[in-house]
Design a protein around this ligand. Structure first.
Ligand SMILES: Nc1ncnc2c1ncn2[C@@H]1O[C@H](COP(=O)(O)OP(=O)(O)OP(=O)(O)O)[C@@H](O)[C@H]1O
Ligand SMILES: [Mg+2]
Length: 613
């Protein structure tokens, strides 16, 4: 047994450092706490100055009520707050802060200088790190909290910080969340002395546009519902503007940004009938409930709340959002769009995305499938394939398609004397989803997307193993909007992306140019492809991207490169896909483990009709 030490009270600093572990995870958490304090102080304008992604410096300068000089030290003390003084006040708290812990926690893991001037003071007072008493200082009405060298004294934490650009991205995400909730307050953000954001005070809807871009409201439906002590306001976007990621879901409960399962589920089920399972709605919703009916003291960083009657909240939110969505079949009434968007009114979501990115409408299925499929040369021995992804994507395959004679000779063997193909000969496309084919012994039904996805996945894997993954430079680069975090990730992982065939570059503060992609995927929805890859990058992390998690990434790429439902396929294209499946390992299952085809023998069919019984 190791010898036991006597119990001793922990020193104050250590207590604060331990507490900081709960609230202060990275620069963006410091930023959130400081800006919330500035909001609580009644500020009209809040300025944020970041250096090196917030790692070197986070300063928040406000014009709020200030802190009296004799309270400065107290402000940095644990469990000292001006916001509540009793349990009753906690239960009906209106301010963002109430724990009296944020500044103490931050000061314990950084170099914090607090400068403030109240209305009655003739000048400001400043409390510097390591100094017991405040000293007279210059400064306007309001408070400046200047935090430098975060986690310098806590190497274990410091190690977990990502690149400056990534941390900056997190900081901007935090700013977005706060700016959406307080449209009356003006915000200015500087990074390394460069102005990066400026939001003027504005009506709530305008602030949403300012933060999330005009297209958000263009596809939005305004919500404004009141029911006794509960109300829901904000914007939900139409199902057609859904996203692959849940990255534009902003929920506020009494002005506080939270993640809440009850409300998330209520929204999700309102969309259930109109949104495909793996698509994500976008929304900015402000739920207001009687403060006494919600517990905000659930999570140290206040990311969660607990409703006293979560059933009632669920019903209210679900009903309100369902009502709003039920009016979306047409483009008109009750929507935010001033005029209906020509893009998606005409052609649906895919082309709206493309149009948004300054791209022509997406390619027809024809060109989507031709490129990746291997074609058998006339007279070539089975197993010999050409037209594979050898260099320029268009080349080999498009010449094949524009030459009917070639197609014919490729598929001539499919007559009565031909050797039988396991997956048979394609007869027709069914409901834009399946290929119906006649086999030697019966009928097969093939899920074309799942099958093609599998084929592309295996092709990608082999090409990457053999280091022969050809890249195609895009004639018209695709420009698309990204978050700061995505932008930072893409730049940080440039080398890995290049190895995968992607060339991306920053096109502006929140947009990205895609210049080259793996040739075999060049005909798909490139924006969706690039976003899928960035999402994996975020979840997997650069270091494992090309090792343990490589196949996850390839599956994402294949999914976006594979044909979508409702694309018209010619018989030749269907046959080409079947032949490829026969050449692909484990083509019987898609990348998600579901079967890609089913087969009935003629005897099975006979049973349907009670033949021969
Ligand atoms: N920008 C500011 N302007 C005016 N007063 C401030 C400002 N920042 C902090 N204070 C004062 O310092 C106190 C401590 O701030 P701190 O953030 O540590 O705690 P809190 O906001 O009360 O609670 P929480 O830990 O939940 O954030 C606040 O209660 C407030 O009185
Ligand atoms: Mg606070």
């Amino acid at each position: 047994m190791p010898s036991r030490r006597p119990i001793a009270q922990l020193p104050d600093l250590l207590i604060s450092q331990i507490a900081a572990g709960e609230v202060i995870e990275r620069p963006s958490s410091v930023l959130k706490e400081l800006v919330e304090n500035a909001v609580d102080a009644g500020s009209q304008t809040i300025e944020v100055r970041l250096e090196a992604g917030g790692i070197r410096r986070i300063a928040v300068i406000d014009d709020g009520g200030g802190i009296a000089s004799d309270e400065l030290r107290l402000a940095l003390t644990r469990h000292a707050t001006s916001k509540i003084s009793s349990l009753i006040e906690l239960e009906s708290v209106h301010s963002m802060g109430f724990r009296g812990e944020a500044l103490a926690s931050i000061a314990a893991v950084s170099q914090l200088t607090l400068t403030s001037r109240t209305r009655d003071a003739s000048h400001a007072w400043s409390l510097e790190p390591g100094v017991a008493e405040p000293i007279a200082a210059a400064g306007a009405l309001g408070t400046t909290v200047d935090v430098r060298y975060l986690f310098d004294t806590v190497p274990a934490r410091r190690k977990f910080l990502r690149s400056e650009a990534t941390e900056f991205g997190h900081c901007m995400d935090a700013m977005d969340r706060i700016a959406l909730a307080f449209p009356d307050i003006g915000f200015r953000v500087f990074h390394n002395d460069r102005a990066v954001r400026q939001w003027l005070p504005a009506p709530a809807l305008q602030r949403i546009s300012d933060v999330l871009g005009d297209d958000f409201n263009e596809h939005g439906i305004e919500i404004n519902a009141q029911g006794g002590l509960i109300s829901l306001m904000g914007v939900v976007t139409r199902p057609t503007a859904s996203r692959a990621r849940a990255d534009r879901q902003f929920l506020y409960v009494n002005g506080r940004h939270v993640r809440d399962r009850t409300v998330a589920h209520a929204i999700r089920s309102a969309y259930a009938d109109v949104l495909h399972g793996d698509r994500q709605p976008a929304f900015v919703l402000f739920l207001r409930v009687d403060p006494a009916a919600v517990d905000v003291n659930v999570h140290p960083a206040k990311h969660e709340v607990r409703f006293r009657d979560s059933g009632a909240v669920h019903r209210f939110v679900n009903h309100t959002v369902t009502q709003a969505l039920s009016g979306t079949a047409g483009m008109a009434s009750g929507t935010l769009a001033q005029s209906s968007s020509p893009f998606f009114a005409a052609t649906g979501e895919a082309s709206r995305d493309a149009a948004f990115a300054g791209q022509p409408a997406p390619y027809s299925w024809q060109s989507v499938v031709q490129q990746p499929l291997h074609l058998r040369e006339p007279g070539a021995a089975p197993g010999t394939f050409t037209g594979a992804y050898t260099g320029s994507a268009g080349g080999a395959s498009s010449s094949a398609s524009s030459n009917p004679a070639l197609w014919q000779s490729v598929y001539e063997p499919l007559n009565e004397q031909a050797p039988t193909w396991p997956l048979g000969r394609a007869l027709a496309q069914v409901h834009g989803i399946y290929i119906l084919s006649q086999t030697a012994k019966g009928l097969a039904l093939i899920d074309m997307h799942a099958a093609h996805e599998r084929v592309v996945y295996e092709q990608l894997k082999h090409a990457l193993d053999a280091q022969t993954l050809p890249q195609q430079t895009l004639l018209v680069p695709v420009v698309f909007r990204v978050t700061d975090k995505e932008l930072a990730l893409a730049l940080e992982c440039n080398d890995q992306l290049l190895e995968l065939g992607f060339e991306m570059a920053a096109a502006g503060p929140q947009s990205m140019t895609l210049r080259a992609v793996p040739a075999m995927l060049a005909r798909g929805d490139l924006e969706a492809l690039a976003r899928g890859v960035l999402r994996d990058l975020d979840q997997i992390g650069a270091s494992r991207l090309l090792t343990e998690q490589r196949n996850t990434l390839l599956a994402t790429m294949a999914c976006h490169g594979a044909v979508r439902a409702n694309r018209q396929l010619s018989i030749e294209e269907m046959n080409a896909l079947l032949r490829q499946m026969e050449q692909t390992e484990r083509a019987d299952q898609c990348n998600h483990g579901r079967p890609t085809w089913v087969h009935w023998n003629v005897s099975d069919l006979d049973k349907f009709f009670l033949r021969g019984q």
